[in-house]
Design a protein around this ligand. Structure first.
Ligand code: TXD
Length: 309
């Protein structure tokens, strides 16, 4: 049986790490694509030469074009710009929309049955754009953000309580970053809600640190943003899909009335399997949580409207 084929567009920090984690888990063969000449080829060759040491037989190819991507099972899109001094959020929105739109057109023309996983920021708007541009059913276009946000929350909870990260689950809804809505009452340590383990002010401090998790890393790195955890999160989605795990994960998914939102991609728990987003998991929210979610959806809607999607 042929190995699954995973295309990763954007061979920068996140893209290269997605390729690395994917082959280390031997999830499939990987095609790395970037506009910069030599970068995808060089990184693919370097990762191929790590194979004998790590013991994976996944093949790696780097390219500046899309022919090698034909018949991919999954296309992970990390191509884009990060905000530079003097650039407004809108500049980034329009620039990345141009990049992601072009990438999606090229990729889907050669892989009509692929599942698209978006990573480029502003995440929720880029997923909506990719869905529109691809013409794919919404189940096959999904965005990565919630796994990262919840992984950050889990890390901080585990550190605070001095327990294994494996014991900690966390539930996060809404758009990526500032407007995310963590749900402490559904966040647990070995099944015990953290609301039984930590005082409210401590939980609030961890929530605030999580919402600012990306900015904290940007401030430390000075140039560039986080990539190990974002890449690990994207690869968890790749694995859930290719292995048809039916894993419940927070992802940016298309809502068709769920949580009171229609026609918009927002972060919610979904079931990920070989068909993509197989189900949106709906839970009952308190009025306060629903208000947070509505605010988050409104922020996404604003960007989507600017792109006239
Ligand atoms: O939670 C999340 N969704 C995110 C999002 C977490 C981390 C990073 N997030 C966003 O992913 C970030 O704000 C950026 O929009 C993307 C990629 O982040 P990364 O850190 O990997 O940026 P790099 O290192 O600058 O890499 C981007 C690459 C770079 O090599 C460019 O040459 C390439 O994208 N690029 C392109 N590749 C292909 N095709 C086109 N058109 C193109 N334009 C740029």
């Amino acid at each position: 049986m042929a190995r699954p084929k995973i295309t990763v567009v954007g061979a920068g920090n996140v893209g290269a790490s997605v390729a690395q984690y994917a082959v280390e888990k031997e999830l499939g063969d990987v095609v790395l694509v970037d506009v910069v000449e030599g970068i995808p080829q060089g990184k693919a060759l370097d990762l191929a030469q790590a194979a004998p040491v790590h013991g994976y037989d996944s093949r790696l190819v780097g390219s500046n074009g899309y022919d090698e991507t034909a018949d991919s099972d999954i296309v992970v899109i990390t191509a884009g710009l990060a905000r530079k001094p003097g650039m407004t959020r809108d500049d980034l929105l329009f620039k990345n929309a141009e990049i992601v739109g072009g990438v999606v057109e090229q990729a889907v023309a050669r892989s009509k049955n692929a599942i698209l996983i978006l990573v480029t920021n502003p995440l929720d708007a880029m997923v909506q754009l990719a869905w529109r541009t691809s013409g794919f059913p919404h189940q096959r276009v999904v965005g990565m953000a919630g796994i990262l946000d919840s992984a950050r929350f889990r890390t901080f909870i585990a550190q605070e309580l001095k327990v294994s990260v494996e014991n900690v689950t966390a539930f996060v809804l809404g758009g990526h970053g500032d407007t995310m809505v963590p749900l402490p009452r559904y966040s647990t340590v070995a099944g015990i809600p953290i609301t039984d383990l930590l005082p409210p002010d401590k939980i609030q401090a961890l929530v605030t640190r999580t919402a600012n998790g990306g900015a904290e890393i940007v401030a430390l790195l000075k140039s560039g943003s986080a990539y190990y955890a974002p890449a690990a999160a994207a690869v968890e989605m790749v694995e859930a899909i290719l292995k048809d795990k039916k894993k419940i994960l927070p992802c940016a998914a298309y809502l068709n009335g769920e949580y009171g939102v229609k026609g918009l991609y927002v972060g919610v728990p979904v079931k990920l399997g070989r068909s993509g987003v197989e189900q949106v998991i709906e839970i009952k929210l308190t009025p306060e949580e629903q208000a947070g979610f509505d605010k988050s959806a409104a922020a996404v809607r604003e960007l989507v409207d600017k792109l006239k999607l």
